[in-house]
Design a protein around this ligand. Structure first.
Ligand SMILES: CC(C)(COP(=O)(O)OP(=O)(O)OC[C@H]1O[C@@H](n2cnc3c(N)ncnc32)[C@H](O)[C@@H]1OP(=O)(O)O)[C@@H](O)C(=O)NCCC(=O)NCCS
Length: 239
């Protein structure tokens, strides 16, 4: 395998093949209205910031990474809420690159390919003359601990001192610095019927529910369920 990163500006024909990367997400993740309304902007406005990981020997699409340029003054206090907040805003004078998502196809996971996507994002930031790459990191094991505050979870470490969470660890191993909780990276609301169709669970009364694949509980109030997903802001130097 010879895995190589391309941007969609370099190889526009790859955009048609992104669906070859299996969708890894629980159904509810697809129901953030802001993201759904603005997702295509990534491809129309910033093809040079959309990455595809390709096996150049077989031309197989192995994974993908989405980023967009944003403005940030480098202060932890002024970081936006997360992915959905970034999508809601316009940044007339962007100076940093913001990661949106990275996915390695399920058949290819566990081979160290994700580092190439994140490294490719940092290289893309460097090539574009941007000051750094910031990433609202979605910790891959947080759904196992939905009741633990992310402020605590993100600082859990293993015996070797590395972060406990595999995805935070991957970023840390690539040199990223942990900044803060991103409190609003997804904001998904729906009726009990919506949530039932998304999860196969029942929500007969108001209250907090632990839902498979959710990093924090889904809260029902007045029959409406809201999932406010927190992520972890991390910062990479450009390469
Ligand atoms: C998270 C993801 C990108 C990792 O890609 P990968 O190429 O399989 O990962 P790597 O082989 O580079 O391993 C990176 C770390 O993640 C861990 N890991 C790999 N697959 C994993 C999985 N399915 N779930 C949790 N952790 C996983 C590895 O153990 C490794 O940590 P370690 O070597 O320090 O123990 C990939 O599993 C994926 O696409 N998942 C679904 C989408 C997602 O969660 N994306 C990240 C948030 S946007």
């Amino acid at each position: 395998m010879l895995a190589q990163i391309f941007t969609l500006a370099e190889r526009p024909e790859l955009e048609q093949r992104l669906d070859e990367v299996a969708d890894p997400w629980p159904e509810f993740i697809h129901h953030d209205q802001v993201l759904n309304a603005r997702w295509d902007d990534l491809y129309t406005r910033w093809p040079e910031f959309q990455l595809v990981l390709v096996d150049t020997e077989t031309e197989e699409v192995l994974g993908k990474g989405n980023t967009m340029p944003v403005a940030w003054d480098g202060q932890v206090e002024t970081l936006t809420g997360g992915v959905v907040d970034v999508f809601e805003r316009e940044f007339p004078n962007p100076n940093v690159l913001c990661a949106v998502v990275a996915v390695v196809d399920a058949k290819q996971q566990g081979r160290g390919l994700s580092g190439q996507i994140i490294g490719g994002m940092a290289e893309t930031a460097g090539r574009a003359g941007l000051e750094c790459l910031i990433a609202p990191v979605r910790p891959t094991w947080k759904d196992r601990y939905p009741l633990v505050p992310l402020e605590d979870y993100m600082r859990w470490t293993r015996d070797d001192g590395m972060p406990f969470d595999p995805w935070i660890r991957l970023h840390a191993r690539l040199g990223a610095e942990l900044l803060a909780v991103a409190p609003r990276s997804l904001d998904i609301s729906g009726s009990a019927a919506d949530w039932e169709s998304w999860t196969g669970m029942h929500f007969p009364q108001d209250g907090d529910y632990v839902v498979p694949g959710a990093l924090v509980p889904v809260r029902f109030e007045g029959g409406v369920g809201r999932y406010l997903e927190p992520n972890v802001w991390m910062r990479h130097e450009p390469r």
